[in-house]
Ligand binder design. Structure first.
Ligand code: CMC
Length: 378
């Protein structure tokens, strides 16, 4: 076997062949199944895009209706899962609650029939349908309230906002939330998707696949950055403080949250769209003073680090959008997961179609032939 050079973070190493999405990091292009993200954000819906990613083609009108209908009727969670979630500590992070709840779904559907397209479809529908209900239920229950049941007359995005706030959302907010889901649904071989594919490659069940990916998404270097961006803007407090704040981070070699990307060396196209969505929300529902700080951050960081290809990524402006919708800061990453579950499922299905268990190697740099030292001599 040829010995390859070790690349920390597996930078530049292909881990799979995939036809699900494509990124050109130099030009700032993102495509899902060959369709540019800008076009999908303008013309598609989250469920239609999810279908495209998982089954490879845009659905016909009939196929889409059937899929939407199936998702609609699988949105409720089992009372045992609800009761289990009630026992979670209210101080626990919602991502941990989501990871545990997604894994718990596997207890109810433990049969593994991975060669059966009906099994694959049912699992995909169930996960896409119930994850938003779990996120909203934990939010209400940690505040001491009973969860709100999904409403059959509301679409996917509107229903989530309804379950979260117990109030029918403004149509513009629901539309923008749906676009946010499209923007977050898939992004090639990122850490959580890799995690999903590794788990999938063992032929375990899809609930374990999604639970492992949720756990990976939560870290601040990945999906957790959206939450940290808002905390950072809060800490900065004013436009004047941006330069000293950035200088201090750079002096300490700390990462600036919401900036930089392994693949993009220009501004992330999703950040550009999200910024536009934030502006639409400000126009209708009022300005957010954090936006001024964010704009100054973008200007200052681009000036100082643009030479290294460091610009805003997807997590930089998404928090401002969610904040305007009244979504609590620690739900930003679970909201990311609501969208990304469809991307993970597309990768699960693709992995199964041509599976070989992931079993990379390592470069051992430890010792050999060491004698065992009895405990009283250590
Ligand atoms: N702030 C300051 N410097 C940075 C940043 C940043 N956000 N990102 C990269 N750099 C510098 C880094 O210090 C290094 O400089 P040098 O070559 O002089 O040592 C160079 O750029 C390369 O950085 P790296 O850490 O090797 O890059 P990576 O590809 O391993 O990491 C990243 C990518 C996204 C983890 C990193 O940019 C980062 O930590 N960003 C902040 C966290 C964040 O916003 N994460 C969300 C990522 S996008 C959405 C998602 O995946 O969920």
């Amino acid at each position: 076997m040829t010995v390859c050079e070790y690349k920390p973070g597996l930078e530049g190493i292909p881990a799979a062949q995939s036809s699900i999405s494509y990124v050109d990091g130099q030009k700032g292009i993102l495509e899902y199944r060959g369709i540019r993200i800008e076009e999908l954000a303008e013309k598609s819906t989250f469920l239609e895009t999810a279908y495209l990613l998982i089954w490879g083609e845009l659905p016909t009108e009939e196929e889409l209706k059937a899929f939407e209908h199936e998702v609609l009727f699988h949105r409720r969670i089992k009372y045992r899962i609800r009761d289990m979630m009630k026992c979670f500590p209210e101080s626990g992070h919602p991502m941990d609650a989501l990871q545990s709840s997604a894994a718990a779904l596997g207890l109810f559907f433990s049969r593994r029939d991975l060669h059966n397209p009906v099994y694959i479809r049912n699992a995909a529908v169930r996960l896409i349908a119930t994850i938003p209900t779990m996120v909203a239920a934990f939010q209400l229950m940690r505040e001491g309230n009973d969860p709100v049941k999904p409403r059959d007359d509301l679409g996917y995005a509107a229903n989530f906002l309804y379950m979260l706030n117990e109030k029918e959302p403004d149509p513009l907010a629901a539309k923008i939330f749906d676009i946010c889901l499209i923007l977050h649904v898939e992004h090639t071989m990122n850490a959580s998707t890799f995690s999903a594919r590794v788990t999938a490659s063992t032929l375990t069940d899809p609930y374990a696949v999604v639970a492992s990916a949720v756990g990976t998404l939560g870290g601040p270097l990945h999906g957790g950055a959206n939450e940290e961006v808002i905390q950072m803007l809060e800490e900065i407090g004013s436009v004047e403080n941006v330069v000293p704040y950035v200088d201090n981070l750079l002096k300490n070699k700390a990462k600036i949250m919401g900036f930089g990307h392994r693949v993009y060396k220009v501004k992330d196209p999703r950040a550009t769209i999200l910024q536009g969505l934030a502006e639409q929300l400000f126009e209708k529902f009022g300005y957010d003073e954090y936006y001024e700080i964010a704009l100054e951050m973008e200007r200052v960081v681009s000036e100082k680090l643009g030479g290294k290809g460091i610009y805003p990524n997807v997590d930089f402006y998404s928090g401002l959008v969610y904040r305007k919708m009244g979504i609590p800061t620690d739900l930003f990453t679970p909201v990311f997961a609501i969208a990304r579950v469809a991307g993970w499922l597309a990768h699960w299905k693709e992995q199964l179609a041509e599976n070989r268990i992931f079993r990379p190697t390592q470069i051992y740099n430890g010792r050999h032939e060491i004698a065992y030292t009895p405990i009283d001599q250590r």
